[in-house]
Ligand binder design. Sequence first.
Ligand code: AMP
Ligand code: MG
Length: 491
Amino acid sequence: MIRWNFDNSYARLPAGFYQRIEPVPVKAPRACIFNTRLAKDLWLTTDPALSETDLATLAGNTVPEGAEPLAQAYAGHQFGNFVMLGDGRAIVLGEHCPPDGRRFDIQLKGSGQTRYSRRGDGRAVLGPMLREYIISEAMAALGIPTTRSLAVVETGEPVYREKPLPGAVLTRIATSHIRVGTFQFAAACENTDMLQTLADYTIARHFPECRDCGNPYPGFYKKVIDLQAELIARWMNVGFIHGVMNTDNMAISGETIDYGPCAFMNTFNPLTVFSSIDYQGRYAYGNQPIMAQWNLARLAEAILPLLHPEPAQALKLAHEAIDSFPKIYLNHWLRGMRHKLGFNHALENDAALFEDLLKLMRVHRLDFTNTFRMLSHAVVHTYPPDQLPHSEDTAAWYLAWQIRLEREQALNPDWNTEKAQALMLATNPAYIPRNHRVEEALAAMVSNRDQAPLNLLLKALANPFSEKPEFAFLTEPPGLAEADYQTFCGT
Ligand code: AMP
Ligand code: MG
């Protein structure tokens, strides 16, 4: 039996920030998947089986004691266009506070219509909710900040898209759902009190250390920049493409949020786009850092009156901070790449070595994940691995890498290839949720009610750095099938 411990700070914000509304009950809830490990970590329950009451709560049929359900208001730039939005198919039940002092939003996604639904039905489909579960949990296992998935419950009701599909509710866990778009919403209300209330609330919840400064807001803004720079670098380092980096899908906490059209890249190509609606490639793999910076500039615009009472000074502060993004991002990215190639120290020409490898991968159409994993195995040998293409550029790069490894050892006499290998094997995953494998597992589950492929996939992705023969299917790239692969938003 789940033991919630709610304390709902967001519900104490002014009423304009949300609509108080209960989830709309569903016909026949049925547990599909429950994240026992996460439930345990959150001090919710150690029981792998859901009770009738838990099931009713996770379906939105009963509101647990202490919850104060609400749909949050926010705005956002969707593909560059400003829109007033809000939780159109999600409800935050409240904030669960385990005894260790942490605080988590418990959000039901697919829980029915709200004031913010516009023309949407407020519902979600089983396949995409399972997909979010798979990919968000894979991200967590990769050590990348992310919202988590506690459960997927089927509703027993059809959801009408092009055809009737099984409905589901996902329970999403987040350190908060405050977005860049939440600040844009407050700014659009043209009410500085509201904006300051939100900023103070966010600082108290996520960045209490900023309160020690005279003016906490520039410090707060810099923290958000740093967290986003690090997050995007982490995505880039594993080949993750978010797919819909609208400002409403950028969490102030620095967690990856909104797993609609996201996907992992197979063959390395910075132009990779999977989303069916991203016609211009705005959110292509290689554009992610610049789009993050663009979003952060929108955040600066929203909080401008807080940065400094003098508009010109505020603008100056904003510019300085936003202009620092590329360098901060690059440093995070370089650190990640160093670990991926077995180095701890920073050396001057590292960026060129990394860029050369990416160029090789592009020219020879290499699989991003498998190449780094293969190099992790190869690092203890002095000859190039067979799997690398036999070409002059590859041989030259391999030699440069070997020389760089020797320099690492010269800098640090304790360093050896075994240590480099341990670092690489702990940084370069063997398993990512490859699109074709995810689709296979979802098809088996949704069409044939066969949960075995999904369970196997989740098992492999829970320990992405530890190789086992039974998971070899996850290292196979999709081949030609990839060319047609598309992902979808708002499903
Ligand atoms: P997303 O593209 O998932 O970030 O969603 C953008 C906006 O559309 C958010 O405000 C969602 O709450 C809303 N939305 C997406 N799907 C639905 C739906 N089926 N019903 C109502 N609102 C939705
Ligand atoms: Mg969204």
